[in-house]
Every structure is written in C-alpha cells, then in structure tokens.
Design a protein around this ligand. Structure first.
Ligand code: UD1
Length: 337
C-alpha cells in the first residue's frame, strides 16, 4: 500500500518512514527541504536499504502539489507532517505560519478528495489544549485559546480537516503529540534541522558536545516539584510507531470513526531539571547550565493521558526519558563528527 509522507525528510517524518517500511508499506515523500538538510533520506536508506523518492515541492503551490497525486494515482494514505513549528518565530511572523501551514494543508486535502485517497493522518500537537486546568490531559480536555500563531495553525488545521473530509470517503486521524525527542537507536538518523534547534533535548546535546558554551533552564519558580516546567517527552520511534498503528487501525476497522484524534505522550511529566539530570546520568557528561527567567509563552506543566491510543490503536510507548537522552546523544556524536 502506497503512503505519501509530507515532510518526509523532517524529524518525525523520516523516523515514521523507517517504521512504515519495516511494516511493509510503500512510501513516497514530499519535502521542500525548508527546514531539513535532506540527509534523512540517506539515513532511511542506510537503515532500511530502500531509496525513497522525494518530490522537492512547496506544498503551498497548488499545481506542483497536484503533480505528486497525478503521478501516483495509487496513493492510499497521506501522513501530513510538513509544517513550520517554531513557536517564537510564529509570534513574529504569523502570516508566514498561516500561509505555509494552512495553504499546504488545503492543497493536500483538495488532492486527497480529488484522487480518492482513503486515509489521512495529521501531525497535530498538545499545544491545542493551551494551559490545561487539569492534568493529565485526555482528549476530553477542552481546547483553549491558542498560545501562539503556531498553536492556532494546529487548532484550525484540525477543524479544516474535519470540515473538508466530512461527507467524503476519507477517514482521518489527528495525532496530538506531546514533546517529541530522541533519535533512531541505530545512530544513523535523528533530528537534522537546517536552523538552530530551539527545543530542550537538542539544546542539551549541543551544549554537551560543545556547539554551545552553555544553556539556560527557563524558570525555576513554577509551582512544580523542583520549580522547573513539566513536559511529557515522547521518543520519536514510539511516535513513529503510533503513525503506523493509526494507518493500520483505519485500514483494519471499516467502522472506525471518519474523524478522530489521539494524544501521544508517555503519561509521565518530567521537569527540565530532571531531563538534564537524566542526560547527565546516562551519558556521564556534565552540562553547563544556568537558571534564567521563564520563557514567554511557556506553560508550567502538561502531560498526557494516552488511554485512548492504547485502547483503540493498541499503542504502547516503550521508551522513557533515559532512552531519549541516550539515543539523542548517540546521534549528536554522529552528527558532529
Ligand atoms: C512547544 C509545544 C509543542 C510544539 C513545540 C514545537 C506546548 C506545550 N508545546 O513545546 O506542542 O510541538 O513547542 O517546537 O505548547 N527549555 C529550557 N531551556 C531551553 C529550551 C527549552 O529550559 O534551552 C524548557 C522550556 O522552557 C520548556 C521545556 O524545556 O519548559 C520544553 O521546551 P521545548 O522543547 O521548546 O518544547 P515546548 O515549548 O514544550
């Protein structure tokens, strides 16, 4: 069965391609290399022995996007990862975020309906819940006012997918990721962003390897067990597995809802200081960090209740923060060589 992965050379897209291939799917990718250096395609080949065809296409371009579907009328499913994802940048450049994230989605959905694609899986985010009143967060937790234009694009994208795909034969799943981190355990693939990373785990590994002199812990005055903010870090290969299982669920269950959404986290909150500590423990490296003021827009704490994914998708994340740190560090050493 042929699956189109948009953003296939990006971080989560590339790991998902490996998992899909290992589970017998045929994969093609569409990625403009806007925020990846393309090296993931070699990583995928090293791990799976398969060369993936990538369409270097800007998905906001209607004509170019349609070419992918014209040339591959047998696409059965689309997993749509391609999007901009820097929260801070989205505050500075909201038009860029709405233009890119929404127009690419519209073009993809338009072609999905036009070319009779059956399954759609969307890369959403726990950011749709804003700063939740109650933890852990399950799928009944109310959607709150978005904290950033990036968050708004995820909320709006979910709504658009629902509206466009209702009364069609397409079945859709929105996957709300908590904090993806870590790398493929082979050390052959990991996050390779074209721009400097802004997320905690790559900043930790870049500091330890010496690309950065030091790093900051944003806030030690939150109402948490050690004062630093709590997140639910999920290993990228567990996340990849959830995408494969989502597709399989739609394929195997003709009675599955036409539109559904799932939280993907491991259900454990980890503070920033605990994450740093886990890194130091598993790698034996000492991190040079200092405490800094809270980062604007950050929420104190969020972690997932993933019972729904466990029950329906039969998904069980297997890796913890130590596995995340170990694999991220192995990848950083390979990357920096
Ligand atoms: C946010 C979004 C997430 C989105 C991601 C995209 C929420 C709850 N999460 O993740 O949905 O996909 O952005 O980038 O809105 N930190 C430091 N020092 C650093 C970097 C980070 O202390 O140098 C702290 C942050 O303050 C935060 C935690 O580490 O408490 C995680 O930060 P980060 O990795 O950037 O992810 P989120 O902001 O949680």
């Amino acid at each position: 069965m042929k699956i189109l992965i948009t953003g296939g050379t990006g971080y989560i897209g590339s790991h998902t391609i490996v998992d899909l291939i290992n589970n017998g799917f045929e994969v093609i990718s569409a990625d403009s290399f806007l925020n990846s250096d393309g090296s993931a395609l070699q990583g995928i080949e090293k791990i799976t022995g398969r060369k993936i065809k990538n369409y270097k296409v800007d998905l906001t371009n209607k004509e170019d996007t349609e070419i992918i579907f014209k040339e591959n009328p047998d696409i059965a499913g689309v997993i749509h990862f391609a999007a901009l994802k820097a929260v801070g940048e989205s505050v500075e450049k909201p038009i860029l975020y709405f233009d890119n994230n929404i127009n690419s989605l519209l073009n993809i959905l338009d072609n999905i309906v036009k070319y009779g694609v059956k399954y759609f899986v969307f890369s959403s985010s726990c950011t749709v819940y804003g700063s939740p009143d109650k933890l852990p967060v399950d799928e009944h937790t109310p959607i709150q006012e978005a904290e950033s234009p990036y968050g708004r694009t995820k909320q709006v994208s979910e709504m658009i997918a629902k509206d466009v795909l209702s009364n069609t034969n397409v079945k859709a799943i929105m996957l709300r990721y908590f904090n993806p981190a870590g790398a493929h355990e082979s050390g052959k693939m990991g996050e390779s962003p074209a721009l400097p990373p802004l997320n905690l785990v790559p900043i930790i590994t870049e500091t330890a390897i010496g690309k950065r002199d030091s790093m900051m812990v944003f806030g030690d005055d939150y109402n948490t067990r050690d004062g630093s903010a709590i997140r639910d870090y999920i290993h990228v290969m567990d996340l990849a597995d959830a995408h494969t299982k989502s597709l399989q669920y739609l394929i195997d269950n003709p009675k599955a809802l036409d539109y559904d959404f799932f939280n993907l986290g491991i259900g454990q909150g980890v503070t920033v200081l605990e994450a740093i500590n886990a890194f130091e423990e598993v790698t034996g490296e000492k991190l040079n960090y200092s405490i800094a003021p809270r980062r604007p827009g950050d929420i104190p704490a969020i972690y997932a209740d993933y019972t729904k994914a466990k029950t329906l998708l039969k998904w069980n994340p297997k890796r913890n923060i130590e596995d995340i740190m170990k694999s991220a560090w192995e990848w950083e050493k390979v990357r920096s060589n």
